[in-house]
Design a protein around this ligand. Structure first.
Ligand SMILES: NC(=O)c1ccc[n+]([C@@H]2O[C@H](COP(=O)([O-])OP(=O)(O)OC[C@H]3O[C@@H](n4cnc5c(N)ncnc54)[C@H](O)[C@@H]3O)[C@@H](O)[C@H]2O)c1
Length: 213
């Protein structure tokens, strides 16, 4: 059994992760870590083999470093912080994905491919209005994988979950690649896969779900 702690357990993503971990036969949910639930990370590390972090851009890095220093593997879904700061000489591993949905990983791959053949591209990312960071981690990662300079436009509205359109243009034509997460369960198979694999990563940090597929 993998003992899993969830940081941000009271949040939108954290609640979904707790439910997914509880439903996994090879995992045990050992800690719901969240100031809103009165449990601090430092008090839970001894009970965890892996911590999954879906918190906020300004807490994720410190949480992850606390895990790594304690020899606890960490799977990070929080976006909007500098992942380079996770480098270091630790016995535990970090895995980071700006998007855990398989459809979004495919969207990024197809967009990177298409950008080699079409003249220009722009990204429109659309999220719920409680999201703290803009542009989204997924949009930033997509642009980094694509050829050329790709502008990003961010939309924040109630009613949305997580959506992205990559529009490529060339003479007399456009190509649109679109992904929609209509429910947070879309991210859970990717999160569980990362929890199962993080201990055996050849390198750390590893960034992007595509490296586990
Ligand atoms: N990688 C992905 O696939 C993916 C998908 C969706 C959202 N996200 C990202 O996940 C993050 C969380 O999103 P959300 O919508 O669940 O946010 P949310 O605001 O609903 O939840 C965040 C939770 O973190 C808690 N928190 C704050 N500081 C903490 C700390 N130091 N330790 C533990 N918990 C702490 C808060 O109390 C809150 O309950 C965001 O950065 C978002 O962009 C990533």
């Amino acid at each position: 059994m993998i003992r899993v702690g969830v940081a941000g357990a009271a949040g939108r993503m954290g609640q979904a992760v707790c439910e997914a971990v509880e439903g996994a036969e090879d995992m045990e949910l050992t800690a719901r870590i969240d100031p809103a639930l009165g449990l601090a990370l430092a008090d839970a590390l001894g009970d965890c083999d892996v911590v999954v972090d879906f918190t906020t851009p300004d807490t994720a890095l410190e949480n992850a470093l606390s895990c790594l220093r304690a020899g606890v593997h960490v799977v990070i879904g929080t976006t909007g912080f500098d992942v380079d700061q996770l480098r270091g000489d630790f016995s535990a591993n970090a895995f980071v994905a700006p998007n855990f949905a398989i459809g979004a990983v495919l969207m990024m791959r197809f967009a990177a491919d298409a950008s080699q053949y079409m003249a220009k591209a722009e990204i429109i990312e659309l999220h719920h209005d409680r999201k703290l960071d803009a542009p989204s981690g997924t949009a930033a990662r997509t642009a980094a994988l694509m050829e050329g300079d790709v502008p990003i436009h961010s939309v924040r509205l109630p009613g949305l979950v997580a959506h992205q359109e990559v529009i490529l243009g060339d003479v007399g034509q456009t190509l649109t690649i679109r992904h929609d997460s209509t429910d947070r369960t879309s991210f859970m198979p990717g999160v569980l896969l990362a929890v199962r694999r993080v201990a055996e990563l050849p390198d750390s940090p590893v960034i992007g779900l595509e490296h586990l597929l």
